[in-house]
Ligand binder design. Structure first.
Ligand SMILES: Nc1ncnc2c1ncn2[C@@H]1O[C@H](COP(=O)(O)OP(=O)(O)OP(=O)(O)O)[C@@H](O)[C@H]1O
Length: 271
């Protein structure tokens, strides 16, 4: 059996919501702590999509941040491609993990530098990871990336504001692909888009997965989107994984009433 691309074990994150120490001392208010993510464990097989679904505040983005290494868990850990993000001291393998994982954010408006042409946005990761040294090769790679996400070579000279929301999300995806990742974390990548555009971007992500064998962690509050994308689903409620299963089984035979409520709130047709 091949090892999973991602293993999360007992991931836990607490936020300190207390007032400052002096205020607490003067008012006698106790310390307050929020357990935003509570011992969450899951695995993502290579080339598959694992969706984390749950209402606002259930801990989805906090998990995504810990998985990409933007936030340290208070307990538990994340292993990507065999490297433990939280305990590994080996700078070379951590650099390899950083290259292999990318994140696509919710807002295609704020995640692209408005002062850079698309060409420079796509060249940045290619240069940062020292992937292609000659200029001709770099330009060829930019054209290939644009083609992969359904944009044309002439788009390289434009600025982000010259594109629609869906096209900007395509640029974000192309930028994610530029470092040849094997694993992408997609945090609500279509929730800022119109429904018709959503379907196109979801289809693009699925095509890229088939073509490039990508593994996705897909974060969403929307069961209709998850139904289209996921092979496996984990349902989060107040930071805890209340149900997890193969997507088809979870939709056909949900065990938890919370999962049923999420499914019942879903429009029946989407893509
Ligand atoms: N930096 C922080 N400091 C304090 N509390 C936080 C912080 N970040 C998140 N939280 C809290 O942790 C809980 C989980 O938040 P998180 O953003 O992970 O949820 P989510 O499921 O992604 O929600 P949404 O869909 O609204 O983004 C929420 O109660 C949130 O208020």
């Amino acid at each position: 059996m091949t090892t999973p691309m991602v293993v999360c074990e007992h991931l836990t994150k607490r936020f300190d919501l207390s007032d400052p120490w002096l205020v607490r001392k003067l008012t006698g208010m106790p310390k307050r702590e929020l357990v935003a993510v509570d011992a969450v464990s899951f695995e993502i097989p290579r080339g598959k999509t694992y969706a984390l679904v749950g209402e606002s505040g259930s801990g989805k983005s906090t998990i995504a941040r810990m998985v990409v290494g933007l936030m340290r868990p208070d307990a538990g850990g994340v292993t990507i491609n065999g490297h433990n993000l939280n305990t590994s001291q080996d700078a070379v393998s951590l650099q390899a993990v950083r290259q292999t994982l990318q994140m696509v954010f919710q807002s295609p408006y704020s995640s692209l530098n408005p002062r850079w042409r698309v060409n420079d946005i796509l060249l940045e990761p290619i240069r940062a990871f020292d992937l292609i040294s000659d200029e001709q090769g770099q330009n060829r790679r930019v054209r290939e990336l644009l083609d992969q996400v359904g944009l044309s070579p002439s788009d390289a000279a434009k600025y982000p504001h010259e594109f629609s929301g869906g096209q900007r999300q395509r640029i974000s995806i192309a930028r994610g692909l530029a470092s040849d990742p094997a694993f992408m974390v997609c945090d609500e990548p279509t929730s800022a888009l119109d429904v018709s555009v959503q379907a196109q971007v979801l289809n693009l992500l699925k095509e890229l997965q088939r073509e490039l064998g990508l593994t996705y962690l897909f974060i969403s509050h929307d069961m209709a989107v998850v139904r289209v994308m996921a092979h496996h689903i984990g349902v989060l409620k107040h930071g805890r994984l209340v149900e997890a299963n193969v997507a088809e089984t979870l939709f056909r035979n949900p065990q938890e009433s919370y999962t049923k409520t999420l499914i019942d709130a879903t429009p029946k047709v989407m893509v």
